[in-house]
Design a protein around this ligand. Structure first.
Ligand SMILES: C[S@@+](CC[C@H](N)C(=O)[O-])C[C@H]1O[C@@H](n2cnc3c(N)ncnc32)[C@H](O)[C@@H]1O
Length: 326
């Protein structure tokens, strides 16, 4: 009984640490601190904030293990130096700012559930940049894991289409690991601007091509690919559009080609795993798609002339459904 009460109370106050971390990221506090040890007054001045509220925020960040405090001076921990100081390779600050955007949308959940009406997404250049950079922040390690998980299918493939390939992080990782691959990243113009920089910086301009295309509107995504990859793409769309995109992916393959759909698969009841059940709500408030079950996506594949052959998990929350075009 006591355990249940604690669990419920913990869940209800989960917003407090999240809010403290997101505020610190919005203020770019970890970058302001860098490798220094500073007092609350000095940090407040650097971040253009009031000293007293800043002192409380800093103490709470210390309590949460995100800063350390010696006397009256605060400094970054090893983890925050590595992940929340701008400019470091493992930087996660952009995805934190994307979560700040989500916070605003999630605050409308009660109204959405009551009325069934979801306010339209506010599209601004700043929000889009945070989203794309956030995907790039998260993508690298996931791309390495995916490249390993798909090694038996990627080895020997020559033409790969990455639909909704965003910042081209997966494309670059795949291209590096499988030298015979030529990759086309298909996405909307905004993410491709970012992708262009990634591909250039990686020196892969000759092998990773960028194709600006609205996959929903386009009649075809291409032809004769021997691998089509979709990562965290179909969950952005409602079921009829998602199934149509799987059909177009199937049409882009040559016979014997591979379709790999990586996503947050959910059980048919819609209740497990926990992450997918929560992400389904995230897609609701985003006025976008949903998490789909493996059996549903397998059926879409079959309708597209692609026979599901294998499923593998990757990372903590994702799975990849792999099919072969008949
Ligand atoms: C969640 S991101 C996934 C990015 C990348 N595949 C990954 O796993 O990190 C979804 C991507 O789909 C792209 N996208 C959304 N609608 C699209 C459309 N109609 N046509 C092409 N790309 C689209 C977005 O721009 C975004 O880059």
């Amino acid at each position: 009984m006591d355990k249940d009460r604690k669990r419920i109370e913990k869940m209800a106050s989960g917003f407090m640490p999240a809010r403290i971390l997101l505020t610190a990221c919005e203020l770019d506090l970890f970058t302001c601190l860098g490798s220094e040890s500073l007092s609350a007054g000095q940090i407040a001045e650097r971040c253009s904030c009031s000293p007293e509220p800043m002192r409380r925020l800093l103490n709470a960040l210390t309590a949460l293990g995100l800063l350390s405090k010696q006397g009256e001076k605060y400094s970054n921990t090893r983890a925050t130096k590595r992940m929340l100081v701008r400019g470091r390779p493992g930087y996660l600050g952009d995805i934190m700012l994307h979560r700040q955007n989500l916070w605003e949308r999630w605050s409308k959940l009660t109204r959405i559930v009551k009325t069934g009406e979801v306010p339209p997404k506010k599209r601004t250049a700043g929000r889009e940049r945070r989203f794309i950079q956030g995907m790039a922040n998260l993508g690298y390690y996931s791309a390495l894991q995916t490249a390993r998980a798909l090694s038996s299918e990627l080895r020997g493939a020559e033409r790969l289409l990455d639909v909704g390939g965003g910042p081209a992080v997966y494309a670059c990782v795949f291209a590096r690991k499988y030298p015979e691959l030529r990759i086309t990243v298909l996405d909307l113009p905004g993410p491709l601007r970012y992708a262009r920089r990634t591909v250039r910086a990686e020196g892969l301009t000759g092998r990773v091509r960028l194709k600006s295309c609205d996959a929903v509107k386009a009649r075809t995504l291409g032809r004769n690919y021997d691998f089509v990859f979709m990562s965290n793409f179909i969950h952005s769309f409602k079921a009829p559009v998602a199934s149509m995109l799987v059909r177009k992916a199937g049409e882009a393959l040559k016979p014997g080609g591979i379709l790999a759909i990586k996503d947050f698969y959910i059980n048919p009841a819609g209740t497990r795993p926990v992450f997918a059940a929560l992400f389904s709500v995230n897609m609701l408030v985003a006025n976008a798609g949903d998490c789909y079950s493996r059996s549903r996506v397998s059926e879409w594949m079959r309708q597209a002339g692609v026979r599901p052959v294998r499923y593998t998990t990757v990372g903590e929350h994702s799975g990849i459904l792999i099919g072969r075009k008949t």
